[in-house]
Design a protein around this ligand. Sequence first.
Ligand code: NDP
Ligand code: KPL
Length: 344
Amino acid sequence: MRNPVTIGVAGAGSIGAYLGGRLAAAGHRVVLLGRQRLADAVADQGLRLTALDGFDQTVGADALEITTDPAALAGCDLVLVTTKSHDTEPMARSLAPHLNNGTTVVSFQNGVRNPAVLRERLPGMHVLAGMVPYNVIWTDAAHFHQGTSGSLVVETGEPLDHVARAVGEAFKQAELPMVLDEDIDAVQWGKLVVNLNNATNALSGLPLQEQLADRDYRRATAAAQREALALITAAGFAVKRSGKMLPTLMPKILVAPDWLFRRVAAGMVKVDPQARSSMWEDLTRGRKTEIDYLNGEIVRLAESIGRQAPVNAAVCRLIHAAEQAQASPQIGSQALLEQLGVRA
Ligand SMILES: NC(=O)C1=CN([C@@H]2O[C@H](COP(=O)(O)OP(=O)(O)OC[C@H]3O[C@@H](n4cnc5c(N)ncnc54)[C@H](OP(=O)(O)O)[C@@H]3O)[C@@H](O)[C@H]2O)C=CC1
Ligand SMILES: CC(C)(CO)C(=O)C(=O)O
């Protein structure tokens, strides 16, 4: 890969505009493929990127390209796919005619299905799975804020080890911490377990900090996670920690009394008052959520081995109802436990 690298971002929303903006600020040539409203806002105000560690930089509209045309990603060395999971396949179809063979494509998406979809639709590209551990919220028309801590993860291993290292170099220049991992499937299953809190957060309508301060909301997430972990193991998949997040211990940590939870969680992840889940963002903006790729994945996994996942199935029903209403139901924590059939 050349240096500086030309980087395309396919789906410039919270994650894509944040990562792309940080890479542009570090001097890489960046093309953001997104919606016209983002292009207009950035043309007007520049792209403001902030983070809980105090990072605050505005990237001028002349420092990067924002387009709605997938052909503009032709010639990119590296393409980051940052759409929601239901948009991965159409995005890949629209990119396929334009990318050169051998382009590196990294999926920075939640769920466990996206890299396989990209490999199928983009034969000849070097597709790597990635994982974003932190929350980014689209706070204003052209302002993106990283509200929790952690390091990005990208798949490595032969024959693509050199490709993964080149991706690592590009991110190093932008001072975005990244680790390479040879067991990305286990990292992705682990992140899916963490993401089972997305629905609780979206249903509560609260910022993550407030939602996690309520033990009954934590019990709801823990119940979904216990069910998921048992099924993932029964289906023969591994779950791996990434950074200090311990998916296998999360249900135990979540149900701990408030004082103990606060102490343990503070050592694992920093969460600022603005942080919310991406699913909350979807519900409040009236968009389709990724529920079918998160809790819904657990329901499908259960079916595939002749079992059931009643808690995750109930969560899916609640989120689908909220999608219809195009709003968070702001359900109280005890009411949520009741609806999930979980005893407080
Ligand atoms: N947000 C977060 O904090 C985190 C998100 N993730 C994961 O990262 C992935 C991306 O999430 P997030 O950034 O929140 O998603 P967003 O919805 O904020 O961003 C995706 C953007 O891509 C746009 N888009 C979709 N298709 C096209 C297209 N064909 N052409 C141009 N633009 C398109 C969408 O527009 P429109 O909405 O108009 O369709 C949207 O603006 C998800 O898998 C998510 O789970 C992981 C960790 C944290
Ligand atoms: C970082 C985290 C876990 C925040 O909830 C997330 O992945 C999301 O919002 O989708």
